[in-house]
Design a protein around this ligand. Structure first.
Ligand SMILES: O=C(O)CCC(=O)C(=O)O
Ligand SMILES: [Fe+2]
Length: 352
């Protein structure tokens, strides 16, 4: 039987310290457990880089109905591994509805949210970021992960009125999936894929793909300079489509430039290349190293939709690349490698 995405994520057992978020409602000072120093980060040399404050080039905003959309997407992927899209056919009222549900969820009392806690070897539900176990300090963040139906955990949160939440999450995931299909096709065209690749990717990747929806909350923080909202990481699958509310916080790392802010653009959705796309493109498209910094006065919410091929399928550089730089890997194996080795996982697949 085919492996589902949640099964692929289920095999890492964590301690509860790495699952239960802080009760942010009751905290007025940054606790030692959440106060980071450079030494607490794996890539401390990157943390040491200053965030740029002067005028910086910004991530391209691409109108999906533009006649040159393939070229625009191709050059944004190559330069940034990231772009924002407008004319994406996802209604803003749906986006805001999902955001409002996320706000309602995270505003619940801590003892209620704990009822939907991710289990120690589980993939879905309420909890800290999965990457937390790699760091000695905890993040100023709480999340809720959905893969497929949200019913099981929504019932734990709202035993009598979970339906509206679930309907909204279902609608949003459907919309995200079809937008991700569309964007994947544009990216594959931009890569100039040949017939053989097209057959492989269009049948498997497009029609049996899998996705996960991650709701993120970063409450206002009493000492944002010493806290981290989400530690630096790359996303594992092919693409991520992100909505951020009107509160800054997301930053991407650019060689030679350091950390650069990616402020929200009203009505646009942000798309970023993940590790599997980096493999497929044989390194032409960079996987985006990003983090979130908390804000002293404002509460940031974001919704990230992670999109990947079926979990048992094989990902390898497209056959048009004469000198593949990665060995083929199944999605499931890659998720396992990432759970064990975090950012070193990609290097373990390098063959040249
Ligand atoms: O909140 C954000 O802007 C980023 C979220 C993110 O990177 C993730 O969920 O992987
Ligand atoms: Fe991410």
């Amino acid at each position: 039987m085919a492996t589902t995405l949640s099964q692929a994520y289920r095999d890492t057992t964590l301690q509860l310290k790495h699952i239960i978020p802080l009760d942010f409602h009751s905290i007025h000072e940054l606790p030692e457990s959440h106060a980071w120093t450079q030494a607490d980060e794996i890539s401390s040399e990157k943390r040491a880089c200053q965030t740029r404050v002067e005028e910086e080039p910004s991530i391209p905003v691409i109108d999906l109905s533009s006649p040159t959309v393939v070229e625009l997407v191709g050059s944004a992927c190559q330069r940034w591994g990231m772009f924002q899209v407008t004319n994406h056919d996802v209604s803003l009222s749906l986006v805001h509805d999902v955001e409002a549900h996320a706000q309602r969820l995270f505003a619940l009392p801590a003892d209620r949210k704990i009822k939907a806690l991710r289990s120690p070897n589980g993939a879905t539900g309420y909890g800290v970021a999965r990457i937390s176990s790699f760091f000695s300090k905890l993040m100023w963040h709480e999340g809720f992960t959905i893969m497929g139906s949200a019913v099981e955990h929504a019932k734990e949160l709202w035993p009598n009125e979970y339906e509206e939440f679930c309907d909204s999450m279902d609608n949003y995931q459907k919309k995200m999936k079809s937008l991700a299909h569309k964007i994947l096709l544009l990216i594959l065209k931009a890569l100039g894929l040949d017939e053989e690749d097209q057959e492989m990717t269009s049948s498997a990747y497009l029609y049996q793909s899998e996705g996960a929806l991650q709701l993120n909350s970063y409450p206002s923080c009493p000492n944002p300079n010493r806290a981290i909202g989400l530690a630096p990481h790359t996303d594992s699958l092919l693409l991520t489509i992100l909505h951020q509310n009107d509160t800054n916080g997301l930053q991407i790392f650019q060689d030679g430039m350091g950390w650069m802010s990616v402020p929200p653009v009203s009505g646009a959705l942000l798309v970023n290349v993940g590790d599997l796309m980096h493999i497929l493109s044989n390194t032409r498209f960079p996987t985006v190293y990003h983090r979130v910094v908390p804000n002293e006065t404002r509460h940031r919410f974001s919704m990230a939709y992670f999109y990947g091929p079926p979990t048992d399928s094989i990902v390898a550089p497209l056959s048009k690349f004469q000198f593949p730089r990665f060995r083929p890997v199944t999605v499931k194996e890659y998720i396992g490698l990432k759970s064990k080795h975090l950012e070193k996982a990609l290097h373990l697949l390098r063959i040249s």
